[in-house]
Design a protein around this ligand. Structure first.
Ligand code: 5GP
Ligand code: MN
Length: 344
């Protein structure tokens, strides 16, 4: 929490106590499972509590997240500019979820900055910048979804949690922990999960909806990446994969198709750092994953204008894909000592 916990919860509680507020919930660009799950979860809870709630994202989210039971509409700025601008004009309150700096709002950055009513951030990334009036930031949490569950209890809104909210919040926790493989050492994660399961959600089905729902092309693209594109820099305990626009087109690339690819090389013995570079229109998107103390977020912040968590971060480069790869490998030489000494 920034400010005392009681002060912030009291203020947020007072805003929510007024029924029939128009509330907008937004999250970051390239929304992932935690962005979508925490937004849908909070929206359901606030709607059950008597508010008019809209969810907005800067750009579209992956197909393997389009199965939620919630019927609350999700507006995408890319296709619904006018509609979103109207909603923002009418809104009494804006929630920002799962991001810690304005830049991550992407195409909604202007809307966010110009919003003049109270803004509340709920997030689990380190060191949030102060772009909201009320900041609930808990970097020890595995996901924003987990934090929302605890926050709504503190706001005395637990009775508004329903099946749809539980399903969405569970999804945020599931995806941000890589299906319960990282950031899972706090007992609270499993306490929250066990409480969510009491709402009757089907965890097996949710897992299948997300992880057993890929296209054939996506599976083949993964095979191609691991077989033909993965470079192992043994001395530097690093693996790197890159994909050109042509390669993505060849495998009929859909939004979210490369999500998770960057994690695979970390299962190789002795690899402590993995990087994935994706060529996009006018920029290269970077994803970094690490083990132990090697700070992916600091590396990304210092060299790729990005950030994230200690072991999972992202950023971008405005150089060409080849130049980006060359620079990355060159940069790694400066981290050789740190990489060699990283304890897993
Ligand atoms: P991913 O590699 O899955 O896109 O992102 C991993 C983590 O890094 C997420 O926590 C995400 O919020 C963060 N992240 C991804 N891209 C960026 C970026 O461009 N800037 C910042 N600050 N964080 C990012
Ligand atoms: Mn998250």
């Amino acid at each position: 929490m920034i400010g005392t916990e009681n002060e912030i919860l009291k203020s947020v509680g007072q805003f929510i106590a007024k029924k029939c507020n128009n509330i907008v919930i937004m999250s970051h660009e390239n929304p992932d499972g935690d962005a979508v799950g925490s937004a849908v979860g909070l929206a359901e809870i606030l709607q059950n509590n008597g508010h008019n709630v809209s969810i907005i994202f800067p750009n579209d989210y992956p197909y393997f997240l389009k199965w939620f039971s919630s019927k609350i509409e999700i507006l995408i700025y890319d296709n619904q500019k006018k509609n979103i601008e109207e909603k923002m004009k009418k809104a009494d309150l804006l929630f920002c979820l799962d991001f810690n700096e304005v830049k991550r709002a992407g195409k909604l950055k202007k809307q966010l900055l110009e919003f003049s009513k109270p803004k509340i951030l709920i997030d689990h990334h380190l060191q949030p910048s102060l772009f909201c009036d009320y900041i609930i930031s808990e970097p020890s949490y595995c996901s924003t979804a987990e934090l929302i569950f605890d926050t709504v209890h503190k706001l005395n809104l637990a009775s508004s949690i329903n099946y749809n909210a539980a399903e969405a919040l569970y999804t945020g926790i599931l995806t941000d922990t890589g299906s319960f493989s990282h950031n899972i050492s706090r007992a609270n994660v499993f306490r929250v999960v066990s409480e969510l399961l009491r709402y009757g959600i089907n965890a097996d089905k949710i897992h299948s909806n997300i992880y057993h729902n890929f296209s054939v092309e996506r599976m083949k693209l993964l095979g191609y990446c691991l077989n033909e594109k993965m470079e192992i820099l043994t001395e530097l305990r690093t693996a790197v994969i890159s994909l050109t626009k042509e390669e993505q087109a060849k495998y009929n690339f859909q939004i979210g198709d490369y999500e998770g690819f960057v994690n695979y090389p970390l299962s190789i013995k002795n690899i402590v750092f993995s990087a994935l570079f994706i060529e996009k229109e006018g920029l290269v998107k970077a994803s970094f994953r690490s083990k132990g103390s090697f700070p992916s977020n600091k590396f990304s912040k210092d060299h790729f204008n990005g950030g994230g968590h200690l072991n999972a971060a992202g950023g971008e480069s405005s150089e060409s894909l080849d130049e980006t790869l060359g620079n990355f490998k060159h940069l790694l030489m400066h981290y050789k000592h740190q990489l060699i000494n990283t304890k897993i």
